[in-house]
Ligand binder design. Structure first.
Ligand SMILES: O=P(O)(O)OC[C@H]1O[C@@H](O)[C@H](O)[C@@H](O)[C@@H]1O
Length: 277
């Protein structure tokens, strides 16, 4: 197994971040005078061809096993394919990925022309933008997620505001439509695709902070934590780390897949800001 090349470092007066070329994977972001905001497992793999357990994997061109449940690898090929660095300064890095960057295997699994551009902007806010252009002549159908792993003090004391009254698909129980009542709190394995991309607040009393998350171009918010048993099944995740992380993902998944017309560009953005409380 070949180790990943060193990540790109973006640093300015307001914050620092690291981004791996493989997957254009943001692995850390620390705004100045704050603790790290993103979680990365201490058992994460940093080798070619494997996804990093933490940071912000990009799920594309499908989410999980795809909307019909028959796609592999999980979450598509973008997170394990090296992206091209287009430009970089202290605050902004731009990466690109097109069909030509895919392996033969990936091209066979997804034989459609596309061009993705991913812009990472680092400062007191982290802003991620994934723009997908259909470079072919037929409609392009995609699912996607910016699969952000947030570091939390202890998941059991965390709550998420902004999803009250929103319906979700519960991937743990298989229920197609459940309505959220009040803030989201955590008492077991959680794997939900909410039908909303509205602003959220992650309340973290132990770390004394609120994370403000805003998205555009996202029909879904995915909320995931593996809890105890699933954590034990993951080789690249320590058994007790489920208490320290929460995935809040901006997505277009399942029935909310996106159809991009020939020549058109679809954009999804995801931003995080820290408020100390
Ligand atoms: O282990 P992976 O492929 O990185 O996926 C992690 C999780 O990612 C979440 O987005 C999915 O909703 C979960 O079902 C999945 O288990």
């Amino acid at each position: 197994m070949t180790a990943l090349q060193q990540p790109l470092a973006l640093a300015n007066d307001s914050g620092i971040a690291t981004v791996y070329h493989q997957g254009a994977h943001v692995a850390s972001w620390t705004p100045s005078r704050q603790d790290p905001v993103l979680f990365v497992s201490r058992q994460a793999n940093f080798v070619e061809g494997k996804a990093i357990r933490g940071g912000v994997p990009i799920c594309f061109p499908w989410f999980g096993p795809g909307r019909n449940g028959d796609r592999t690898p999980a979450h598509g090929y973008a997170r394990t394919t090296p992206w091209r660095l287009v430009s970089c300064d202290d605050a902004v890095a731009v990466f690109a990925l097109s069909q030509d960057d895919f392996s033969d295997e990936a091209r066979q699994a997804f034989p459609y022309p596309f061009a993705c551009e991913y812009t990472v902007t680092v400062g007191s806010t982290l802003t991620l933008e994934l723009a997908t252009t259909n470079t072919g002549s037929e409609p392009l159908e995609i699912e996607e997620a910016l699969h952000t792993y947030l570091a939390v003090g202890d998941l059991r004391s965390v709550s998420v505001d902004g999803l009250d009254g929103v319906d979700y698909v519960d991937k743990v129980t298989g229920q197609e439509s459940v309505r959220q009542e009040g803030p989201v709190t955590f008492t077991g394995e959680t794997d939900r695709v909410y039908r909303s991309g509205e602003p959220l607040v992650v309340n973290d009393p132990l770390l004394g902070r609120k994370l403000h998350i805003t998205m555009t171009g996202a029909a879904n918010t995915v909320v995931w934590n593996p809890w105890t048993e699933k954590a034990k099944e993951m080789g690249d995740f320590a058994d007790e780390e489920w208490t320290q992380m929460l995935c809040i993902e901006g997505a277009n998944a399942l029935d909310d897949f996106v159809t991009v017309a020939p020549g058109e560009t679809h954009r999804i953005t995801y931003s995080i800001q820290v408020e100390t409380v």
